[in-house]
Each structure stands twice: as structure tokens, then as C-alpha cells.
Write a protein that binds this ligand. Structure first.
Ligand SMILES: Nc1ncnc2c1ncn2[C@@H]1O[C@H](COP(=O)(O)OP(=O)(O)OP(=O)(O)O)[C@@H](O)[C@H]1O
Ligand SMILES: [Mg+2]
Length: 257
């Protein structure tokens, strides 16, 4: 599809991810959705779990599936994500979007979005809706259920919909050499080394880079940027230059670090 921009809204932007209680960061949520609305582009929105996803998933060990976890824990996690999803949809509606929600547990099997399902996203866009989905617990052949991250969904959808741009909007400027130094790597490829420490249920920045590389390899313009900084997300959607990490796939084995 032409002119589609896929935006993954990090749970670290729209919630207070590192607090134990669930809470929406209303200030950031309102601003990023207003920025997206101002672009008037065809968007597909995926949001992360933040404080609504990771802690309940980790508490229930949902990422391991059965027998370590159980159905009740999986359902509890799905319900928590539905609650965050509702808040996102309501804010989008207020800003002039016609959001249409696709809960992954109803269409993702074994961590893959099959063709009939991503075609529904295309149909929704051509009808003027804005598809919204999110990191969730999904059914899995081996372990009964598993987690699919918002980052994985974002990358699969960007590839399948042949998006012009995929933006991972998060709470850091991009990929740092290591988190302490805050030394930003402006161009990240499959050979780039960086240090990542994560305690969340879906692999944090490491998983994000892996997913971003898949999209870059498929030819999608792919960025990781800081959406807690006003204006950055809007500029990136409009294809203007911003401070961020651009993710590229090298075909000829050039080492950059
Ligand atoms: N080398 C690194 N570069 C950048 N961020 C890093 C690095 N190492 C660890 N991090 C952490 O990774 C976080 C970004 O990934 P994280 O998965 O927490 O965010 P998110 O995807 O926005 O949230 P969610 O998974 O809830 O959607 C940063 O906020 C930072 O704390
Ligand atoms: Mg994440």
C-alpha cells in the first residue's frame, strides 16, 4: 500500500513503565496522538505494554507459556492490555482519527500475521480508518500461548503493507552504545555492537533493533526515536530530518563498529 507510515508507540512513552502500579502518561499520550493527527498521513498504530503489559506478564511468567504459566495469567495480561488499548483509542477518537482496533489474540497465531489478516488492515486503511494493534498474549502451537511484542507486530505489518516508513517511538533518543554513556548510534546495521540491559517481558531495545533490522532488510525506511521530545514524531512521519537512530541493512558486509 502506498504512503503508509507504521508507528510503534512505546509503552515507555504512553505509560509510566517503570512504576509498579499501572498508569497512563496522559501528558505524553495526548501530545503524541495530536502530533500524529496533524500529519494527516495514513497511519497504522501499534502500542506497547508499558506498565499495563510487562509487569503483569512477568508476574504470571506468560512469556514461557505452559506449563510454567497458566491460562488465567494469560487472560489477566490480555485484559490489562485491552484496558490500555481503550485509552489509546479514546484519545485517537478525540483527535479526529477513526481508530479500528485489532487485538492480536484474535488474529495472530504462532507469532505470525497471516495474509487474510493483514489484508484486513489494508481494507481498513482504504475505508479511512486507522488500524490500531498492540503487544499482546497470543495462541502458540508449542506452549499454548506466548507473547508477541508490539515491535514484532510493527515490523511484520510494515513489511506486509509495504510501508514507506516504520517509526519506533520510544523514551530514548535511539540506540546508545551503552545505556550509561548515552552515546547515540545514528546509523545502526546488523553488525553494530551495543550494550543492552532489559528487565521487560519482550527484550527491550535488543528486540526492537532485531525487528527494525527485518523491516530495513525488506526496504522500509526505519527509525528509532524519542517521542517524549515534542515535535520529533510529527517531523519523522512527515519525512523530515530528526535526531534518531536510523536502522539500515548492509548487503556487502561493511563493518561500522
Ligand atoms: N543501549 C541502549 N540504547 C537505548 N536504550 C537502551 C539501551 N539499553 C537499554 N535501554 C533501555 O531500553 C528502553 C527502550 O526499550 P523498551 O522496550 O523499554 O521501550 P518501549 O518499547 O518504548 O516500551 P514497551 O516495550 O512497553 O512498548 C530504553 O528506555 C532504555 O531504558
Ligand atoms: Mg519494548
Amino acid at each position: 500500500m502506498k504512503n503508509v507510515v507504521v508507528v510503534k508507540l512505546g509503552g515507555s512513552v504512553i505509560t509510566y513503565k517503570h512504576k509498579s502500579a499501572r498508569g497512563v502518561n496522559t501528558h505524553n499520550l495526548e501530545r503524541v496522538i495530536a502530533e500524529m493527527a496533524e500529519t494527516r498521513k495514513n497511519l497504522v498504530v501499534i502500542h506497547g505494554g508499558g506498565s499495563f503489559g510487562h509487569s503483569v506478564a512477568l508476574k504470571n511468567k506468560v512469556q514461557f507459556g505452559k506449563p510454567i504459566s497458566n491460562n488465567k495469567g494469560a487472560s489477566e495480561t490480555m485484559l490489562s492490555m485491552l484496558e490500555l488499548n481503550k485509552v489509546v483509542l479514546e484519545e485517537m477518537l478525540k483527535n479526529g482519527f477513526a481508530p479500528i482496533s485489532f487485538p492480536p489474540h484474535s488474529f495472530v497465531l504462532d507469532k505470525r500475521i497471516k495474509k487474510p489478516f493483514w489484508q484486513i488492515f489494508e481494507r481498513a486503511i482504504s475505508e479511512g480508518f486507522t488500524p490500531v494493534t498492540y503487544g499482546d498474549v497470543v495462541l502458540d502451537q508449542k506452549t499454548g500461548f506466548t507473547i508477541i511484542s508490539g515491535d514484532q507486530l510493527a515490523s511484520q505489518l510494515a513489511i506486509q503493507l509495504k510501508a514507506e516508513t516504520l517509526i519506533f517511538a520510544t523514551a530514548v533518543d535511539g540506540v546508545y552504545k551503552d545505556y550509561k554513556s548515552k552515546n547515540l548510534i545514528e546509523v545502526v546495521d546488523q553488525y553494530t555492537n551495543f550494550k543492552s540491559i532489559t528487565k521487560d517481558a519482550t527484550g527491550g531495545i535488543k528486540n526492537k533493533v532485531e525487528q527494525a533490522l527485518l523491516a530495513a532488510k525488506a526496504g522500509v525506511n526505519t527509525l528509532i526515536l524519542n517521542a517524549t521530545k515534542p515535535g520529533l514524531l510529527k517531523k519523522a512521519i512527515l519525512n523530515e530530518e530528526v535526531k534518531c537512530s536510523k536502522i539500515v541493512w548492509r548487503n556487502h558486509g561493511i563493518q561500522t563498529s
